[in-house]
Design a protein around this ligand. Sequence first.
Ligand code: CA2
Length: 149
Amino acid sequence: MKFLVINGPNLNLLGQREPGIYGSENYESLCAHLKEFAAAHGSTVDCFQSNHEGAIVDAIQAANGVYDAIVMNPGAYTHYSVAILDALKAVSVPCIEVHISNIHQREEFRHKSVTAPACVGQICGLGLYGYEAALGYFLSERESNQREL
Ligand code: CA2
């Protein structure tokens, strides 16, 4: 499968600040790990990070017909970006939303995801493993669909 992993604002700072919440692994090693994981399953991962809402909307639109699935951590945009919600709805690429932290254990304003309704599902609170879990879900879905054929 061809995966696009999208990370939103400030996630390029992974490992540099707030390790108690986001862990100590940096963004580059997260991407390297996900690429390795995908390769071990005959798949590929492209990683994209932006601090800009419009750039994320552009990446989602450009994914249509190119990628089989998106794994996305929209960062703070999760909580208010109708533009990202609309972009996800406008494409036929399934998406799983990932949050490193458990957004439900944090401030009230982080409990609501505006973007999750356009996703297959949401994973939160599992640390960086959440990204791998999302890839694993899509891979196992693809496998079970192929067995049915
Ligand atoms: O838990 C998550 O993954 C979040 O999506 C992270 C966002 C936050 O606004 C969401 O409520 C939950 C923030 C990402 C900031 O990332 C940093 C990483 C390292 C150091 C500082 C910020």
